[in-house]
Ligand binder design. Sequence first.
Ligand code: FRU
Length: 497
Amino acid sequence: MTDLTRANKYEEENRIDKSEKPVFHVTPPVGWMNDPNGFSIFQGKIHLFYQYHPYRDTWGPMHWGHCVSEDFVKWKELPIALAPDKDYDAAGCFSGSAIETEDGHVLIYTGVMEKKGADGGKEVVQQQCMAIGDGIYYEKADGNPVLPAELLPDGFSREDFRDPKVWREEETYYLVAGNRNGSQNGQVVLFASENLKDWRYISVLAHNQGKYGKMWECPDFFSLGQKYILVVSPQDMRADGAEFHNGNQAAALIGEYDRQTYHLREEQVVSLDYGTDFYAPQTLETKDGRRIMIAWMQSWDMNIKPAEQRWNGMMTIPRQLELRNHVLYQYPVKELDRYRTEPVVYKDKEISGHCQIPGVRGRVLDLTVELQGGDYREFTVSFAGNEEYHTSFRYVRATQCIEFDRTFSGMERDAVCQRSMKIKNAGETLKLRLLLDKFSVELFVNDGVQTFTSTFYTPLDAQDIVFVCDKRARVNIEKYNIILDGEEEGGDLFERV
Ligand code: FRU
């Protein structure tokens, strides 16, 4: 039995029942998931692969899990696409991307090898490899690694050279990958190819200048509005004021792309999310020109979940990105609207003290609260609550901060359970949109100027939503349940290998 067949068989025999998992966020069938990989459109369908270790709920030899969707919201699981079964990827099929070509769906991923070094110690080499498939089954290319570490200039790390993101411009394919330079600083290297098999080194597209973490993981590069954006996930970030509080943090460098030097001239660097659980985002472009981003909704540094839960990791809702007046906006894909049902709407409602509002409760929903005004100093939205548990966002007017608190979410070993986010350009009104899906919250502030994403593994009978206000606030409230029809059919799987 091949490693891939064994992994698929294990998955089949150990698949976790859907009722135990979130409704509209991608989760692993069983075991561990991290980064989104190969987020792409192939033959009109949206494909998502992910770093996957089916056998345990912790990280291990990396496979590529796979699922497909027609609308970014409802996903079908597909057979595992890659297992670490060749000499050049025996230590893992690490992150990478995918692209549609005339020959099929091409995956470009990092093959990790471990060898014995000259001093007898372990030496790690990371190189870029290719696999090609029909949207369900994939074969690794004969010429792997197609982009060997020797193509890097001297002094660049061969041990930290990973996470290729590929795109096409006219007849040329380009690829960016994360790397370290001789001073151990993070950088993004750019390569080009005419056929995806023969690559040449072009440039260092950007580097961290000793400022933004160390190694840069999972780069992605694209134009948006009038600018170019380089998304990176730096390791070992240092907090800077209210920014960058996760040790592993995702950021966007926004600037101009100099096509003479193939260098990004950065003009601003922004946090992509302020919560505890958001990393390694990757994007695709839809046929109608939308740039959609998805990220791993869990984290390396605070990877906490109930011990008995046999799956670990989720993806965020896919989010549309837009750059308007130099501000990067993120909001849930519009396709989610189709699944919003049972609207509950209140206009100009006065909230004071503790308030529970008829029809506003639950764990799988889309809730918008618009603070219109009033003499309040603090306003809190508390959710996933009952007499024992709650998690909350509290807006403090004087400091213009939103304070997240999951101290009483029921999670054990949750040492980092509070986090504050300073609102950018705070005004008289404040719009908070919360997406809840059993164990996660994604908060979009003021139509997506800032986002805050966190997990909380509270028992599911904690359904209350409570608004708390120290004085009076006038609010508009709009709440929908999110229901994926056909969910109950379950399974609905493609035939397995
Ligand atoms: C980011 C990352 C990538 C790597 C993968 C391994 O979370 O560390 O750099 O390819 O995870 O699973």
